[in-house]
Structures are given as structure tokens and as C-alpha cells.
Write a protein that binds this ligand. Structure first.
Ligand code: CDP
Length: 237
């Protein structure tokens, strides 16, 4: 049995865009044998659905739970039991969630109180299935305020832009690409930090981990050490 799988724990990873939350959370979950919830993918799925169904942007503000439900987004614990599958009209959503159109609109959608309220129940129901590593912007503040371990991941803006471009294109970016991506990331961070509902902020009691200059493996290992140290202190492992 994977380490840690005998107890029910929730670990949250929050942080700004490109801080490596999702890839790190996924690797940490795998090493611990926990399920992974990428909450950003849920906000992206809603955004994708609104764009695909041609719901005009002026109407987003007025959407209620009934209209959001009518978008036919289904979230289910996947067959392997280690993540979450998101379907729209019965089709599994994967790479479409990370398109530039979705990325540029997602913060506006995520700022809508009706959207956040609607997704709160979805996220908690995934958490109710057991051991979980959840990543996003409000995992430790709003969705799982009683999480056993809270991590706040940060990294320098240029480093975050470089990682994001490397992930998307598979090559080192040029100076101009880097500058443009840094600007996009900064704008999204600003929108996520300044919104009224569940803004991005460091959760109370969270351990801040600065990953600038760390390799991915070092970053995962550091977080696993923190998780083990903290859960041991709390008598849970
Ligand atoms: O991967 P990246 O950090 O670029 O973004 P993401 O985790 O896929 O999240 C996309 C967007 O969803 C964020 O910019 C936020 O606007 C929103 N989001 C949120 O509001 N709350 C969360 N828990 C997760 C994401």
C-alpha cells in the first residue's frame, strides 16, 4: 500500500499562476497514494463550456445555479481513483481546458459568486472520498479550511513565465515571449488577488514554499518532507 494511504488526510496547495501547483500536487498525490483535485480545471471547464455554447460575456454575471447546471458539466472521480474526470456533454475534457482563450477568460468566470458557490459543493464531494491533495487558489482558505497540511507555493514572476512556456511549447522561450507571458500571468494574478470572493491569498497556518531555483524533483521532495513533518507532529502518520 502507498505510504499514508491508511489515514484520511487533506493536503492543500495554493498559489499564483505558474507556481507549479498542479504538477506538484499531482506528483505529491501519486507518491502518497492520495487522490488529486485540480480545482483550476473546474473553473476552466465552466469557462470552456460558456465559450463553446456561445453564452455572451455580458450574461455571465447574471448566471445562476440553474443555468450553470444546464451547461451539462459532469465531474467524477476517475476509474483509477487517483484524480477527477470532467465531461462536457459526455465528452472528456483534457487539453481544451488549457487553450489561450480559456486562460484569458477564466479569471472573470472564477470571480463570479454563483460560479464559486456552485463549484464549492463539487469540490467538497471529491474531498469526501478520502485522502486528497487539492490545488488551486482557495483550497486552504475556503474549500478545505480544516485541511491537515496547507502549503502556499510561490516563485518569481520570470521563473513562473519560463516554466509555463516550457510546459506549453517544450522549448526555452525567447526574451519577448517571456516578457509577454509574464505580463499575462501578472494580470491574472492581479485579478485573482483582488476579487471580492475567495481571493488568492496565503491561508492562515500555511507553510510558504518558494520554488524559484528548485528543480521539480527537489520541489516535490521538499513538500513531501513538509507533509510528513507536519502530519507526524499532528500525530496522523
Ligand atoms: O495552472 P494555472 O495556475 O495557470 O491556473 P489554474 O490552476 O488552472 O486556474 C485557472 C484560474 O482558475 C485561476 O487563474 C483562477 O482565476 C481560477 N481558480 C480559482 O479562482 N480558484 C481555484 N481554487 C482554482 C482556480
Amino acid at each position: 500500500m502507498a505510504e499514508g494511504a491508511t489515514r484520511r488526510l487533506v493536503i492543500t496547495l495554493d498559489g499564483p499562476a505558474g507556481s507549479g501547483k498542479t504538477t506538484t500536487a499531482k506528483a505529491v498525490a501519486k507518491r502518497l497514494g492520495f487522490r488529486h483535485l485540480d480545482s483550476g480545471a473546474l473553473y476552466r471547464a465552466l469557462t470552456f463550456a460558456l465559450l463553446q455554447k456561445g453564452v455572451p460575456e455580458e450574461e455571465w454575471e447574471g448566471l445562476g445555479s440553474e443555468q450553470l447546471g444546464a451547461l451539462k458539466i459532469e465531474v467524477e472521480v476517475d476509474a483509477d481513483g487517483d484524480g477527477v474526470d470532467i465531461h462536457l456533454d459526455g465528452v472528456l475534457l483534457t487539453t481544451a481546458l488549457r487553450s489561450p482563450e480559456v486562460t484569458s477568460c477564466v479569471s472573470a468566470v472564477a470571480g463570479l459568486p454563483a460560479v464559486r458557490a456552485w463549484l464549492l459543493g463539487v469540490q467538497r464531494s471529491v474531498g469526501a472520498h478520502g485522502n486528497l491533495v487539492a490545488d488551486g487558489r482557495d483550497m486552504g482558505t475556503v474549500v478545505f479550511p480544516d485541511a491537515d497540511v496547507k502549503i502556499f507555493l510561490v516563485a518569481g514572476l520570470e521563473e513562473r513565465a519560463r516554466r509555463r512556456l516550457l510546459q506549453d511549447t517544450g522549448r526555452e522561450p525567447t526574451a519577448v515571449e517571456l516578457q509577454e507571458e509574464a505580463r499575462r500571468i501578472e494580470q491574472r494574478d492581479q485579478a485573482d488577488r483582488s476579487r471580492n470572493h475567495a481571493p488568492l491569498r496565503r491561508p492562515e497556518g500555511a507553510v510558504e514554499v518558494d520554488t524559484t531555483g528548485l528543480s521539480f524533483e527537489e520541489q516535490v521532495a521538499l513538500i513531501l518532507r513538509r507533509v510528513k513533518g507536519l502530519t507526524r507532529l499532528q500525530g496522523k502518520v
